[in-house]
Design a protein around this ligand. Structure first.
Ligand code: SF4
Length: 382
């Protein structure tokens, strides 16, 4: 599924954020009207921009527009998009999805071997902050869950906390899940500032890849990262923040996985959830594949030990991005359909599998890099 398309911008001097509509009778403030013909009797003040696949002859003088757009098939009524000076139309929020995420920044202070969205060293924070504030005001109040991702969101500094305050005020019923490497919280003042927001719907997802500092620092390619993250986690716990630990499964993290599970239980017993996550074949991973790839079938034993140990200690555990046919049946209870809908695909052979509806499938970009042991369940085996 596409989350962006592009046309030619006209009368756009800064990013504009608005809701998609195709219905000329339901336009309003912050509406972007998709149409091929502008009705003669329409009040052009009743919508903020025009999006069209046609040429310039359908535009209105001084009304922001993107024309010559190939198609709008991926956009539903009510979806929220940003239209930009360069003609890009970026989907920010999809009304029919439970997997919406605010992009905080593409900057990061780590540089993980398997980063799915490699950091970009440019100051995008003020621009994205401005877009996200407008977006938050337009998100439906019944939104169940929203992620905040990066890059590293805490690099926004005060703007990070202001974003959370804005979310708490405007979407009080929405569960917020922030992906952060946790290093910024090594500064107690950061944890203290977060605690002041008093946001019980906020959960922080923090990666810890090893119980041994050198392995973790190598995986995230940042010296002293392990110590900062662990100190950050303790500061967050001191201020009673909700924490999830995320562990990506690959050749570097697997050998000490059981030790890591014991380390988490002993040193981070306050965490609410531990997620073990299959590797995504995107971003840096294809470049580092020799250092990272291990067939998921070949780490079943380590994964099983780590999961059963933590679960046995009463910690809530999940396995993400995995396929049921690769795992033994005793681990299925931990598997979640975790892959965002727009990234989620299945192999052709999955169409004949009796477990298709229960299985989380694969990332779209893992269709060419997956376990050799994927095999559909048939009636005979069941
Ligand atoms: S064959 Fe496909 S649908 Fe069936 S369990 Fe394996 S990955 Fe899932």
């Amino acid at each position: 599924m596409n989350l962006k398309t592009k046309g030619v911008a006209k009368y756009i001097n800064e990013p504009l954020v608005g809701r998609i509509t195709r219905d000329v009778s339901s336009t309003g403030e912050n509406s972007f009207l998709i149409c091929e013909e502008i009705p003669a009797d329409i009040n052009t003040n009743s919508f903020e921009a025009i999006l069209t696949s046609k040429d310039t002859s359908h535009l209105v003088e001084n009304k922001p527009a993107v024309y010559a757009v190939p198609n709008f098939d991926h956009l539903s009524e009510g979806d929220i998009v940003a239209i930009n000076e360069d003609g890009n139309i970026n989907t920010l929020y999809r009304v029919n999805s439970f997997h919406n995420v605010l992009l905080a920044t593409e900057r990061c202070n780590s540089n993980c071997l398997m980063c799915s969205q490699p950091p970009k060293d440019r100051n995008d924070i003020p621009r994205l902050y401005s877009i996200n504030q407008k977006l938050i005001s337009l998100i439906p109040k019944d939104c169940i869950e929203l992620g905040i991702s990066g890059g590293e969101p805490t690099l926004m500094g005060e703007m990070f906390f202001q974003t959370l305050e804005n979310l708490k005020e405007q979407l009080p019923e929405t569960e917020i899940h922030v992906l952060t490497n946790g290093r910024s919280f090594a500064w107690q003042s950061m944890a203290e500032r977060l605690a002041k927001i008093d946001y019980r719907r906020l959960m922080l997802g923090v990666p810890v890849y090893s119980d041994y500092y050198q392995v973790h620092d190598y995986i995230v390619q940042a010296r002293d990262a392990f110590n900062q993250t662990i100190l950050g986690l303790h500061n967050l716990a001191r201020y009673n923040q909700r924490i999830e630990i995320r562990v990506v499964l690959h050749k570097q993290s697997i050998p000490r996985l059981t030790k890591l599970a014991k380390y988490i239980f002993k040193n981070l017993p306050f965490v609410e959830h531990v997620a073990f996550m299959g590797l995504e074949f995107i971003g840096y991973t294809p470049h580092n594949i020799e250092k990272l790839w291990i067939d998921p079938h070949d780490y079943i034993e380590e994964l099983g030990e780590a999961v059963e140990f933590l679960s046995g200690q009463g910690i809530h555990v999940s396995i993400y991005n995995s396929q049921l046919c690769v795992l033994p049946e005793n681990l299925w209870q931990y598997c979640r359909k975790s892959i965002s809908d727009w990234k989620n695909e299945y192999l052709p052979e999955c169409q004949n599998c009796l477990k298709l509806n229960d299985c989380g499938g694969l990332f779209r970009w893992n269709l060419n890099k997956h376990s050799d042991y994927i095999k559909p369940f048939t009636a005979i085996e069941m």
